[in-house]
Design a protein around this ligand. Structure first.
Ligand SMILES: Cc1cc2nc3c(=O)[nH]c(=O)nc-3n(C[C@H](O)[C@H](O)[C@H](O)COP(=O)(O)OP(=O)(O)OC[C@H]3O[C@@H](n4cnc5c(N)ncnc54)[C@H](O)[C@@H]3O)c2cc1C
Length: 332
């Protein structure tokens, strides 16, 4: 249990860009580190870490552990796990946070096994118990019906993956300073069980729900797959991404990439327009931190209205096209 009083954020990068969730975790990390009296640091495996340091300092990292190696240019689970686990075993930080991205969800459990630590997956809230020294890791449990707060009192580091878009990004300035700490790791003995042959980008570039400022989502109230056209039309008018409830995804009306909620994406746009979505707790878990929520539903008692800032009671087949027309007219 002897540790360094540091809180680390895994600085996930892909093709020269930091994942958005890294900025969110550093922003939340600033608050937690201050409360706990820890130093906030980032751990960055890549081919050339120096290129990312300034951005990490700007979001609050006081230290950046850069692990540079050509084998770490792109994510490869065995290499990354060896690099991060070796650094953890040497420095013994108190806390390590990862984004609950595809990469984070693969790396964090592997590292947890290698450093003999626990891991709480898919957290939606974090806090720190100063007296006990425990990270309070909150996540939905039992189908989203309760929020469970999990602690890890007997092992260090305390580790969690955290969903994208649950914390706001807080940039301190454009010229914060910090310390780059280069760390070298010998990857020669790591068996190459996987090799990256090619990187293929998703064909539908309109989907990017995670980064969207505006989202228009359709639920079972849309009625049938063809009717999603009015959702796409409104989204196009607003420059918005298209989201969906699980009911429509399960029915095969739209692909899973669009699903918002506990088993879909967590989103945090400026405006979220929910059309024909009842507002089940599992859907709300993925969108209720949106800045402004607009709900269109014919049932005045639909639970979506409990979280909506603006509610339109009526038939979405009339309201949504009218909405689109009004926006087009306002833009003209
Ligand atoms: C473990 C688990 C995980 C889950 N994960 C997710 C998840 O990630 N995301 C998710 O969305 N769900 C999830 N669900 C499912 C969730 O519980 C709900 O079943 C689902 O969200 C309902 O989708 P819906 O609101 O589209 O459909 P419904 O609940 O059927 O609601 C349809 C709504 O449309 C309204 N409506 C109907 N016709 C019209 C009309 N013409 N005009 C206006 N309004 C109309 C109705 O009044 C109703 O409120 C999960 C469930 C479980 C158990």
């Amino acid at each position: 249990m002897s540790t360094t009083k540091e809180l680390w954020v895994f600085a996930e990068q892909r093709e020269g860009k930091l994942a958005g969730v890294v900025r969110e975790l550093l922003s939340e990390g600033q608050i937690l580190a201050e409360k706990a009296g820890f130093t906030l640091a980032a751990v960055l495996p890549s081919a050339d870490g120096a290129a990312f340091c300034q951005e990490l300092y700007n979001f609050g990292a006081k230290k950046v552990y850069t692990i540079d190696d050509p084998k770490l240019a792109d994510y490869q689970n065995d290499y990354y796990a060896r690099a991060v686990a070796q650094l953890i075993n040497e420095k013994r930080p108190e806390i390590v946070l990862y984004g609950a991205t595809t990469i984070g969800r693969s790396l964090a459990p592997t590292v947890a096994v290698m450093v003999d630590a626990g891991l709480t997956a898919d957290c939606t809230q974090l806090d720190f118990d100063v007296e006990a020294g425990n990270l309070l890791q909150t996540r939905p449990a039992f189908g989203g019906n309760i929020m469970a707060t999990i602690i890890c009192p007997n092992h260090r580091p305390q580790m969690a993956t955290v969903r994208s878009n649950v914390f706001k990004k807080t940039k301190l300035s454009d010229n914060e300073s910090g310390e780059q700490v280069p760390y070298s790791v010998d990857l020669s003995g790591v068996p190459e069980r996987m090799r990256r042959l090619e990187s293929v980008h998703e064909a539908d570039s309109t989907i990017d729900l995670n980064a969207a400022q505006f989202i228009v989502s359709g639920g079972r109230g849309v009625g049938k797959p063809e009717n999603f056209k009015i959702i796409y039309d409104l989204a196009s008018e607003l420059g918005a991404a298209v989201g969906a409830s699980r009911a429509t995804v399960d029915a095969g009306w739209i692909s899973h990439h669009h699903q918002v909620g506990q088993t879909g994406k967590t989103v945090c746009p400026v405006v979220y327009v929910a059309c024909g979505i009842s507002g089940a707790i599992q859907h709300l878990a993925g969108m209720q931190s949106s800045d402004v929520i607009v709900a269109v539903n014919k049932d005045p008692n639909a639970p979506i209205f409990d979280v909506a800032d603006f509610g339109l009671i009526g038939d979405l087949h009339q309201i949504v096209p009218e909405f689109q027309k009004q926006i087009a007219a306002a833009k003209a």
